[in-house]
Design a protein around this ligand. Structure first.
Ligand code: CO
Length: 184
């Protein structure tokens, strides 16, 4: 399992709710955390490992030693967002080395299930709120390039073209399997 990069079609799929906390889901959660840490991320959504499921891994400080900052969220939803908007820089593990300012609500209230199937709720601010919004967007096939302002989008044009060329080259060389069916 590996992190897929733009423009892999999995990133544009709307993910399906997780209906059962099976052993496969537990294994997927562990693999997602592993990959997130390996790539120094603070969040990773299942569509980024080509699994169209509503499931995300987060570590708010990106530190594998700080387990109290780590969580797996199943079927997360934002139930409230602040009117206050923050404009800040962010990146995405599916767009290596591309960063841009994105405007997002400063504070969100989130509901999700943990791996034990317990319903959890929390209010998050600033970077933590940004991580939730970025990851939940992934579950709907929405990417941070969709939310950049015109300046960010213009600045990213060349990088996006390079991602596209790399992807089509890998596809031509047979490095990207055409079958995207999840192995569950
Ligand atoms: Co991302």
């Amino acid at each position: 399992m590996k992190i897929v990069h733009y423009p892999h079609p999995s990133l544009r799929q709307k993910a399906e709710p997780v209906t059962q906390l099976s052993k496969d889901i537990q294994i997927l959660a562990e693999k997602m955390l592993e990959l997130m840490y390996e790539h120094n991320g603070v969040g990773l959504a299942a569509p980024q490992v080509a699994q169209p499921l509503r499931m995300i891994a987060i570590n708010f400080v990106g530190d594998p030693e700080q387990k109290d900052q780590e969580l797996i969220a199943i079927n997360p939803v934002i139930i409230e967002a602040s009117k206050t908007i923050i404009d800040d820089r962010e990146g995405c593990l599916s767009f290596p080395n591309l960063f841009s300012r994105v405007r997002r609500p400063k504070r969100v209230k989130v509901q999700f299930y943990n791996l034990k199937g317990e319903l959890m709720e929390g209010v998050f601010e600033d970077l933590a709120a940004r991580i939730w919004q970025h990851e939940i967007d992934h579950l709907d096939g929405v990417l941070f390039i969709d939310k950049m302002g015109t300046v960010g989008r213009d600045a990213s044009k060349r990088a996006l073209k390079e991602f596209e060329e790399a992807y089509y080259e890998a596809q031509k060389n047979g490095e990207i399997p055409k079958d995207l069916t999840p192995r569950f």
